[in-house]
Structures are given as structure tokens and as C-alpha cells.
Design a protein around this ligand. Sequence first.
Ligand code: ADE
Length: 245
Amino acid sequence: MQIDIITLFPEMFDGPFGASIVRRAIDAGLIKIDIHNLRDWTHDGRRTVDDAPFGGGPGMILKPQPLFEAVDALRSDAAVTVLLTPNGELLKQPLVRELAAAEHLILICGHYEGVDERVADHLANKCISIGDYVLSGGELPAMVIADAIVRLLPGALGCADSTREEAHEGGLLEYPQYTRPAVYRGNPVPEIVRSGNHQQLERWKRRQALRRTADRRPDLMTAEAELELAWLELELARMGVEASG
Ligand code: ADE
């Protein structure tokens, strides 16, 4: 997979892509990530990328010309071009999976007060936001997208199963996990987790994932999930497993 990132601040990417899982994936040849300076596609001595908005208003707008020329230069037949913008479709795990299936991604980092709308309308295939808040540019969102994609690439994580049960993969938050010691600062690991009763433990994990989702992210709960949670609460109570485990 190839990711090209078009930005006004190439140096911002050195840290995040120079360490951890992304770095390992690059070193292993699972992904190639190239960072491009938008100013390389300007033609004036001052390397101008922005201009005042038509009709007035605060701030500057990224001009279409350097962005169109940058994408023209980088585009392949397989390329999916994405504009990072707070006005985009919200990034969730299914969209991350869709992006991870692409052979070639071109990520455009917006900046200043905005980007000329013709970029969204006639250059980008998708506009994506990473959350309902406004950042100072698309660089952090591009890093978030690259990181979320890389960990889905076969071979990027140590263990092939690591992404299977994690948060958001099944539309729910993840069940809680524990390691040694069994009691820390007076707080014990739930009994069920150390009980060795595999069948009860699987039900408990599922119930905890559903319970946590209902409490923290009720927007993710479906009618089926509510029913399943109610059934598991009854079932675990019948088996004598307490809510805390
Ligand atoms: N640029 C500024 N804020 C953003 C956001 N929330 N998502 C994507 N790009 C952005």
C-alpha cells in the first residue's frame, strides 16, 4: 500500500511515523508513506499557497492550483484522494477498513480558514473528519488515519488476532482486561477472570462489553444489543456471577 500526504508542514510527520507500529510497518515494506510539501507545486518566488476569500471574511483560503497540480503529479489509477476537513464524513472503524483496502491513498491536509471548495467538489473522492472539533490543520487527522490503517495491514501487529476483539471492531466497546498482580492497592481483579470457567468468562466478557457500551456510548447500542444485554444480565445473575465479576 502507498500513502502520499500533501501538507504545508512535512516536518510534523517525522515523530509519529518514526516510531512504533507505523515505523515497523514501513521498515517491513508493508506500506510506503511519502510526505510532500504543497509549496513544491507553486510557481511564484514567494511559494504562495493561499489567498483571501472571495466576498471577504476572516483568514486565508488554500488555492486550488497547487493542490490540483500536486494530486495530478501523484495520482495513480488506483488512487483514492481524501481531503481532511472538519466538514467531512466522520471517521469510524468501517471507514478505516474501507481505506485500508485501497492500494493508494492521497491525503490532503487542509489549513488556514479553509480550502477552495473546488478541491472537495472536483479533486477529492472523499472528505473525512476525525471528530466533531476543529484542529488547526489536517496533519494530525492524516496521522490518525495512517495509524488506524497500518494496524489493520496483515503482519503489522505482532499477533494476527490482535485487532479482532478490540474496541469498535464489532460495533461495541471492548471488555476490560487485567494482568498481574491479582490485587493492586486493595483493588482485586474480578473473580470470574481468574476462575478458569471458560464458558462463564466468555459470557461475562460479552456482558461487560455491552454494559460499557450502554453506559459510555449509548449511541452505539442497537435494539438487539439492548436485548442481548438484558438476557446476559439475567443469565449471569442466575449463574451467580456478580455484576463486578
Ligand atoms: N482539520 C481541522 N479539523 C479537522 C478535523 N476534525 N478532522 C479532519 N480535518 C480537520
